[in-house]
Design a protein around this ligand. Sequence first.
Ligand code: KIV
Length: 275
Amino acid sequence: MKNTVATFAKAKKEGTKLSMLTAYDYSTAHLVDEAGINAILVGDSLGMTMLGLPDTLGVTMDDMVHHTRAVTRGAKNALVVADMPFMSYHLSPAQACENAGRLVKEGGAQAVKIEGGAQFVPEIEAITRASIPVIGHLGLTPQSINAFGGFKVQGKSTQAAQKIVDDARALEAAGAFSIVLECIPAELAQIVTDAVGVPTIGIGSGAGCDGQVLVYQDMLGMFDDLTPKFARRFAEVGSLMKEAFAAYHASVQDGSFPTKEHTFAAPEGIFEGVK
Ligand code: KIV
């Protein structure tokens, strides 16, 4: 069954937890989709995990369209959400709407995600007016690391916590159908979750959220540049890949690969005249 914004609304109403994982290419999206994950986020985290950038700030609209297009080809049932990269929605509602439109028209995304709170209400209203569903993103919003002074847990004072709750209400009122809560204390995430009628999707924000999202390389042990405390490793795929690569290298070197079963033959004698 295809997951849609209606699936998200129903899950909140019925108390069913939602699962979301990132993916940035066709084959990963296909695996995530077949595993029954509700939504795939083509996160701008691809700047770090796929492109080797130090943060997400250098990711472009073209990068996002390129990866979103690959993911949507691999996702049959998961809702595909594409991140709007840094500076693709900050200038005006018109700019936000145009770039969200590109992610849908060129990338095939079914929704977009925007980092930030009440300051982006006009942009979210413009995008939802164009019938493009929007997910908000509060707490540790990686596009703001220069303003935050690094990757730090957010909402740790009464004032900061109140702002996050107020922002969540503003996002819902603007039309966001879900809100990602990144790296805020679990108690605060629960307050936000109870305060809004749309599902919250947590990352490093505790079990009280209506769903969870992880970067797939983090949960598979494939990315060591940054190892967030909240990312449980569900498998050690990175080690497995390294072992397989090393075994391939050794087999090539000692001549044990390829063998007859990996090669092609032709009818006898046909190469006799070939010089
Ligand atoms: O870019 C991303 O992968 C994200 C998640 C961490 C929520 O925004």
